[in-house]
Design a protein around this ligand. Structure first.
Ligand code: ADP
Ligand code: DP6
Ligand code: CO
Length: 345
């Protein structure tokens, strides 16, 4: 190893939104058209792991993702690096590490770009690792946001909202913890991997086409602040029935505006729709919501449920969708955690 080389390795989990972000008002700064709210999952389930090294002998910034070198032409990668270096410069204008190039190596332990929030874990992890290496303190969610919008929420654990903000420079578009995971320790997640294939339309491209073409989209925006308030209330009161209803309705609405996009975008597959039917069937038998589905920009389901109902739901899922049969790849069980999620080491 070179004499001056410094490196840091950290991990960060995904977050799955229950009130979803879909649409930007500023594409360069990644400022959203609505606030959103998510649950950060545990480090042991779906996570990104990133090592960043700096060395005076490196001649250029380089990045590898899942073993494959990426282009540093990516504006997002460059913006994130620039923001971190700006913070270092503010602290010490002649810091010697400012001229050192970085080598970034990241790996996800789950499918990348398949609608399981890899961009969220990936950029939260990158920004957290850079902040450790360059000793940057203070809010890093607004830097993570500039890598991928959803990444700003993975900077905190538990229940996290991304406040859309009103300022033009995005200074108030940050993530805030609504409640730690310990507030609702019985909450569990079950991830049903319907397909691990890369999505046909990236979230970035999909949401911008929606903003530009969907007539239903402005109607969605009108209801978002009220939904955010109701969701925060249901979390504060640990009202699972209402949490589940709001979650499912928001997921359905997101996929409706995707279909209303021109040309239409459909992220859900037949098996995804079968999961939706199974959940409604179970909830109707129970005469209350005991499980909620939500789908990001992909066919894979994230189920939210309470610990006591895990055996019942799991046995139903395995009966209807045996893994590797019926197009279901596998299940991942998880629970939200309460630590500041990105961690070092
Ligand atoms: P997803 O639904 O998985 O978030 P997106 O379309 O939003 O899919 O984003 C996928 C993109 O996120 C990848 O093509 C890559 O550019 C970026 N990404 C994914 N994982 C990482 C990572 N660990 N580090 C940096 N960037 C990542
Ligand atoms: C459906 O954060 O992946 O998962 O900001 O363009 O990188 P960019 O998009 P991204 O979009 C996430 C969309 C979503 C909903 C959500 O996570 O809130
Ligand atoms: Co994403």
């Amino acid at each position: 190893m070179a004499r001056n080389m410094k490196s840091s390795t950290c991990t960060a989990p995904v977050n799955i939104a229950v009130i979803k972000y879909w649409g930007k008002r500023d594409e360069e700064l990644i400022l959203p058209t609505n606030s959103s709210l998510s649950v950060t999952l545990g480090q042991d389930q779906l996570r990104a792991k990133t090592t960043v090294a700096i060395d005076p002998s490196f001649t250029e910034d380089r990045m590898w993702l899942n073993g494959k070198e990426q282009s540093m032409k990516s504006a997002r990668l460059r913006n994130v690096l620039r923001e971190i270096r700006n913070k270092v410069r503010k602290r010490k204008a002649d810091d010697e590490t400012l001229s050192w190039k970085v080598h970034i190596c990241s790996e996800n332990n789950f499918p990348t770009a398949a609608g399981l929030a890899s961009s969220a874990a990936g950029y939260a992890c990158l920004v957290f690792t850079l902040s450790k290496l360059f000793h940057v303190d203070g809010d890093i969610s607004s830097i993570a946001r500039q890598g991928s919008g959803s990444a700003c929420r993975s900077v905190y654990g538990g229940f996290v909202k991304w406040v859309m903000g009103t300022q033009k420079d995005g200074a108030d578009s940050i993530a805030v913890q609504v409640a730690p995971a310990s507030h609702w320790p019985e909450l569990r997640t079950l991830i049903l991997v319907v397909s691990d294939q890369k999505k046909h339309t990236s979230s970035t491209e999909g949401m911008q086409t929606t903003v530009n073409t969907s007539q239903l989209f402005p109607r969605r925006l009108l209801g978002m602040e009220e939904k955010m308030e109701q969701m925060e209330k249901s979390i504060n009161e640990k009202d699972f029935h209402s949490f589940a209803e709001l979650t499912m309705k928001d997921s359905n609405q997101l996929h409706s505006v995707c279909l209303d996009t021109y040309p239409p975008i459909s992220y859900m597959k037949d098996v995804s729709h079968q999961i939706v039917r199974m959940v409604h069937c179970l909830n109707s038998i129970c005469e209350r919501n005991i499980v909620a589905y939500t789908f990001d920009a992909g066919p894979n389901a994230c189920l939210y449920l309470l610990e006591k109902d895990v055996p019942r739901v799991l046995s139903l899922v395995t009966t209807f969708f045996p893994p590797k049969d019926n197009n279901m790849e596998k299940f991942i069980q998880g629970l939200p955690v309460d630590v500041l999620p990105p961690s070092q080491g």
